[in-house]
Design a protein around this ligand. Structure first.
Ligand SMILES: [Ca+2]
Ligand SMILES: [Ca+2]
Ligand SMILES: [Ca+2]
Length: 258
């Protein structure tokens, strides 16, 4: 029984709250405004020098768009071997190999021509092109400074239409699993920096994304600053933090999830 073997074993200590956007967002590979990403929560348990934030918009009542910011502080070299990856298990049903609902977005060489989307086969990945670039998926990058780091580094912005049937996470209560990884070919010794620090081929080890129907609380913005400034203090804060109680429902209404 395949279902019996698929356990949702998300990686402890790595998670992200996906709040509703309030400041606006434009996928141009940089902070378009000074406040563009201050209304988004930072993932917990990130590797050093990597930032991941997410938030969502609904440009019309029929669509939910999820926006992801990825900053790679230590890569300021444009190499053909650079890459970032975004793994997505919309059903959050895990498994030790890519299932047919799972996706791997691979963006190599910091350029659109290096974009390949893979879909799980049950045992591995196969290239998949049944998406519309521009409306269902957008990736943009620049080498720039940002409000999070004044040194020049790669900044990526990713947009996914999560109402697209294959990327719809409503069946999992808007609690999908994701994984983000970056690699600097000029610093091969550092290896792949992955969040969680697990394989792109093992969905059962990815991180929990919690879709929240509402804007980020003011306290979470402060918490983000604390998390960035002091791991020791953050551990204490983290233990006090309550999990969001609500998640996005397909109707757009608030629904209790626990
Ligand atoms: Ca932007
Ligand atoms: Ca590089
Ligand atoms: Ca899956």
């Amino acid at each position: 029984m395949l279902q019996a073997t698929l356990a949702n074993a998300t990686y402890a200590g790595c998670e992200i709250s996906n709040y509703l956007d309030s400041n606006g967002v434009t996928e141009d590979g940089k902070w378009t405004t000074a406040a563009e990403w201050t209304d988004a929560a930072t993932a917990t348990g990130l590797p050093a020098g990597v930032i991941v934030r997410e938030k969502w918009t609904y440009p019309d009542t029929a669509r939910i768009i999820v926006h992801t910011l990825i900053e790679f502080f230590t890569d300021s070299t444009n190499d053909t071997g650079d890459f970032f990856q975004f793994c997505f298990d919309p059903q959050a049903n895990g498994g030790s190999a890519p299932q047919t609902d799972d996706f791997l977005i691979n963006y190599t060489g910091n350029r659109r021509s290096g974009l390949t989307v893979y879909k799980g086969t049950g045992s591995g990945w196969a290239a998949w092109t049944s998406y519309v670039y521009g409306s269902e998926l957008v990736i943009a990058e620049t080498k720039t400074s940002s409000p999070l780091n004044s040194a020049e580094h790669f900044v990526f912005e990713l947009m996914m239409d999560r109402t697209k049937a294959e990327w719809d996470a409503s069946g999992a209560g808007y609690l999908p699993d994701i994984r983000v990884a970056v690699y600097d070919a000029s610093n091969a010794a550092a290896g792949v920096k992955a969040w969680p620090p697990t394989s792109e081929n093992n969905p059962g080890t990815w991180a929990l994304e919690t879709g929240v129907y509402g804007n980020i609380p003011e306290s979470s913005t402060i918490l983000t600053v604390v998390l960035l400034s002091s791991v020791a203090v953050a551990v204490g804060f983290y233990s006090l933090r309550k999990r969001p109680k609500t998640a996005i429902r397909s109707t757009g209404k608030i629904g209790e999830i626990n």
